[in-house]
Design a protein around this ligand. Structure first.
Ligand code: DX5
Ligand code: ZN
Length: 220
């Protein structure tokens, strides 16, 4: 199943509830929430109170992407604030296996994210325990960056691995996805698509519908 996950990092925060409702009504299945700590990534975004507010604005799946160092410190709190799926970075965890268990113990799904330069091999001993792999297609930390072309081969390899072993997990991509690059990542085998500036940079409802239309063509 193909899923669109608009990243609210690019939304207009003075009317965040309204922006979320626009993409919700246009048919996006997830809402992507980028949490940044100023340590793992250079920038700081927002945290628990904002997530709680978002929870009251939509019933869609809250896809929380933690770009924070040692995320085990906050898993329980983000789960309590309404996350349905928490993704942590392999580069930010000292004990990744334990963090995955911690997320599942909250009764929610667990994703593992890899930066563009991180090899897929780090997933070897956890892949059977997770619900989603997130392949970053930009270096994390900011919206509005350009898709890194070398990630396409990585997505293809990940898709082959998932299908060969019949893992049945989702493959999400994040960074620089627009009406052109979405075709590249769908062709390569991604099935959960994050898009920030290409949705909220203009008419969010219209942009969501247009991306969903492209995705539908790949559904067959
Ligand atoms: C980047 C974030 C992304 C970001 C994507 O560090 O993880 O989710 O919001 O933004 P665009 O789609 O503008 O690249
Ligand atoms: Zn993200």
């Amino acid at each position: 199943m193909k899923i669109l996950s608009p990243s609210i990092l690019a939304a207009d925060f003075k009317c965040l509830g309204g922006q979320i409702q626009e993409v919700d009504r246009a048919g996006a299945q997830y809402i992507h929430v980028d949490v940044m700590d100023g340590m793992f990534v250079p920038s700081i975004s927002f945290g628990m109170p904002v997530l709680s507010s978002i929870r009251s604005a939509t019933e869609k799946v809250l896809d929380v992407h933690l770009m924070i160092q040692n995320p085990e410190r906050y898993i329980e709190q983000f789960a309590k604030c309404g996350a349905d799926l928490i993704t942590v970075h392999v580069e930010a965890c000292q004990h990744l296996d334990r963090v995955i268990e911690q997320i599942h113990s909250q009764g929610i799904k667990a994703g593992v994210a890899l930066n563009p330069a991180t090899s897929l091999s780090v997933l070897e001993y956890v892949i059977e325990k997770i619900d989603m792999v997130l392949l970053m297609t930009v270096n994390p930390g900011f919206g509005g960056q350009k898709y890194i072309d070398s990630c396409t081969l990585k997505i293809k390899k990940m898709r082959e691995w998932i299908d060969q072993k019949k893992y049945g997990i989702d493959l999400e991509v994040d960074g620089g996805i627009n009406k052109e690059t979405i075709k590249t990542v769908l062709d390569a085998g991604a099935n959960v698509i994050v898009a920030g500036s290409s949705i909220f940079g203009g008419d969010a409802q219209k942009n969501t519908k247009e991306l969903l239309e492209i995705m539908e063509k790949y559904e067959a």
